[in-house]
Design a protein around this ligand. Sequence first.
Ligand SMILES: Nc1ncnc2c1ncn2[C@@H]1O[C@H](COP(=O)(O)OP(=O)(O)OP(=O)(O)O)[C@@H](O)[C@H]1O
Ligand SMILES: [Zn+2]
Length: 639
Amino acid sequence: MNAKNLNILLWVAVTFWLVMMLNSLTAPDQIEPRNLSYSQFLQELSDGSVKEVTIQDETIKGVRTDGSRFETYNPGDPGLVGDLLNNSVTIRAEPPEKPSVLMQIVAAWLPFIVLAGIWIWFMRRNAGGGGAGGIFNFGKSRARQHAEGEVKVTLRDVAGVEEAKEEVAELVDFLKSPQKFSNLGGRIPRGVLMVGPPGTGKTLLARAIAGEAKVPFFSISGSDFVEMFVGVGASRVRDLFEQAKKSAPCIIFIDEIDAVGRKRGAGLGGGHDEREQTLNQLLVEMDGFQGNEGIIVIAATNRADVLDPALLRPGRFDRQVVVGLPDLAGRAAILEVHMRKVPIANDVEARTIARGTPGFSGADLANLVNEAALFAARAGHTDVNMEMFEKAKDKIMMGAERRSIVMSESEKKLTAYHEAGHAIVGRLVPEHDPVHKVSIIPRGRALGVTLFLPERDRYSMSKRQLESQISSLFGGRLAEEMIFGPEHVTTGASNDIERATDIARNMVTRFGLSDGMGPLAYAEDEGEVFLGRSVTQQRQVSPETAQTIDQEIRAIIDRNYQRSKRLLDENMDKLHTMAEALLKYETITKEQIDDIMAGRRMRESGDDTGSSTPTTGGGAGTTEGGATPKQPPLPASGL
Ligand SMILES: Nc1ncnc2c1ncn2[C@@H]1O[C@H](COP(=O)(O)OP(=O)(O)OP(=O)(O)O)[C@@H](O)[C@H]1O
Ligand SMILES: [Zn+2]
């Protein structure tokens, strides 16, 4: 029997076993909920409605006189047995269930373990001892090792992060022949910290280095270290390095290093001993090997600022590679990488899509291609065209359509005016991102969406832009109020108002963008609040200052509210036209909005429902002027 057959056999067995396990899990007697509190139980007991109970460990199960079953928690009440006897309840006591559960599990696992044993034995023989020994090594490092040659990813698969790629090219040279590298006088790298937002390809890049250098890749996540029992984290670190040393040259990759590597003493009164031990062990190991052994430790984090400084000292993670969000060209390159894997129609241009997706990470773009392919498959197409990409983009940016939600006519009308209000104000205030699409098809938790997209990638915002955002956020609620009267305003705008307030608050307290408060920061970026840390960092302000801050925020809100109101007043005709168009087509595009704003007859939508091909309106360039932060600065939705 060869390894392939054995593999198939193994999978059949595993599937069979899984089905059995699932069966036993869903068997009715297994999922009896703790449906009764202990006090309710006592009540029923004194009412005389309990017939029989089985006490086992921490659970009391029983049958009522009417035959129904219940279960409750056994708090170890010493008076219980007396009460039961007094009410002439049949009592059964059973030994704790634990051993038998264990036996059940062992029995369920047995065929699996036997097969896995055979399989591993086979693999070991084939691989000449290397082997994937994970299963029996409970307690050993859980690093998933990708054996040499197995990492298929190369630097070609990583796109859009050219600077990071250049920086790691040297690591590849080193791993290919550590000895030669050091003889030539190269500075031997040891620890590299990859810093960047989620999904930008840090893991991918680390794997690509291993793939290029054809060396083994050990990966583990910081959160794997911290779980479980005292001492396990530290011993995992030890095992991991031991394993790695045997396979050098190689790469150890630690994802989410912040889970173990936070500043020591940041925990609650030493409650994080386990984590600190793990961190200490990591530091010890990193100091313990000579650079020329050919091990490179790569760690990834979203936040380098929370890491313990000891980790960043020379000889440890003393190199940082920033893996940032891709720019326009980067996004196009990443899209091209992923488009290689699916049949793409001729009308698709990576660059156009890239222009419409600012703020997207590599992972988002990979997801976009995937979603587009799924749309194409569902529609029975043989290749993925631009329309599919457009739909996928809408889904990712605005949430999946929820056509199951049925809005009443009046709700629809309200939503239409609300979204039109956002769109019109957004169009008329200075330096606001262009309106890309307005829709009253419910998506995610919103009944309607107005999507604004920046024309270029944006790295900072001016005071004027922020104020314009606040104005357009108020547009929705104001439109509702002006058309339907103050007493018909809905709660739907609460999110808009929160966001407007947040922007105003940040302008005053963080960005130093208010007239009265001046360029001072009055609040610290809280980031991820870590018990004990955020408290010490909170900046205190005096009550008078707090009051001035509030006044300042109020002033910003007020003037933008007024501006929003004035703009809607002056453009009442357009508000009506746009709301009517929305009621008719459900989704209108940038080009159609252009028509309305110019007072022209609006061009027809691509199809009569106006929704299944929402962006092909009037044959204009589909994503013209598009640009789409994943979390659009203003999907001014709500309602
Ligand atoms: N620069 C890129 N080039 C090509 N594909 C990318 C890129 N960045 C991300 N991807 C795609 O997204 C997937 C997830 O990225 P990856 O896990 O490497 O991100 P990460 O930065 O490690 O994220 P996290 O911080 O969430 O762990 C990759 O497998 C790949 O398909
Ligand atoms: Zn809104």
